[in-house]
Design a binder for this molecule. Sequence first.
Ligand code: ATP
Ligand code: ATP
Ligand code: MG
Ligand code: MG
Ligand code: MG
Ligand code: MG
Length: 285
Amino acid sequence: MANSKYEYVRSFEQSDTLLPNTWIVVRIDGRGFHSFSNRYNFTKPNDIRALNLMNAAASAVVKEIPDLCIAYGVSDEYSFIFHKTTTLFDRRSSKLLSTVVSTFTAFYIHLWRVHFPPDIALQPPHLPTFDARTICYPTLANLRDYLSWRQVDCHINNLYNTTFWAMRQKGGMGPREVEEELKGTLASDKNEILWGRFGINYNDENEIFKKGSVVFCQYELEEPAEGRTDTLALEEDEATAVPDTEPSRTQKERAKKVRAKASVVVRHIDIIKDDFWERRPWISS
Ligand code: ATP
Ligand code: ATP
Ligand code: MG
Ligand code: MG
Ligand code: MG
Ligand code: MG
């Protein structure tokens, strides 16, 4: 109701517009996933079903929100990056993060049954929820350092967890004992424990565990056939929408975006070195 005597309350809303021309990161993280993962019997240290579910939900988010240019996930967290030029929701922080986190949670719950067997069904009150924050990075170098930080963290945690759980599961040691022995050890010490005691070569571990997951839009660079059916379908739609005239520039750009979104891919690769970015210039340009 416009102009009611109550309308003044709107002026109490605080502006949370994020700095223009900066890369916006929305990082979400599962709340209490240590106990959530125990509750639903996740395999330790890495339950592949749970990781696939995180990746499926993240891919759906990237498809749903066109201004996202890349996302990176590990464990129960995901970082979604809005291109620095985005004007979505006038760059209001609460709008952006609440849309990302609720879209992600909706898909996580919706897709649960695709990734877990029927006897492992979600039950209240043990439902998955996620928190979220926004962070702005003024330069691409800062953004890449942010993503490198998350990927290095993935590696450090995974090496620790792999060693921890090998000592527990294969070495039959108790949690305190393992913690005590691993305190202050270097990466080389952990590699040595894995190889020397359990015959595990850390390098042979699954890439998804070691590198985490990168979600982005694929163009022609890799596997060009991947997006083809979507591309054709889209072109037909566009043709019926505008039968007689040349598509406008906006329409073309929208089509390009939708086409790109039609081939959102998940990769488990290094995003620290230049190679990833140089081979996919559309992500950061
Ligand atoms: P908080 O609410 O503060 O985030 P948390 O219990 O979620 O608490 P995190 O630091 O986010 O703590 O750690 C997530 C935990 O969830 C991991 O330590 C691990 O125990 C568990 N976890 C997440 N994903 C997986 C997975 N794919 N396989 C096995 N365990 C997982
Ligand atoms: P935005 O994303 O900007 O919020 P919106 O379409 O959600 O766009 P709102 O102003 O939030 O717009 O209005 C919500 C609309 O949802 C209502 O105008 C109405 O059409 C519909 N709606 C919501 N709840 C109901 C309901 N219980 N029954 C019928 N229609 C509903
Ligand atoms: Mg947390
Ligand atoms: Mg968590
Ligand atoms: Mg976490
Ligand atoms: Mg609404």
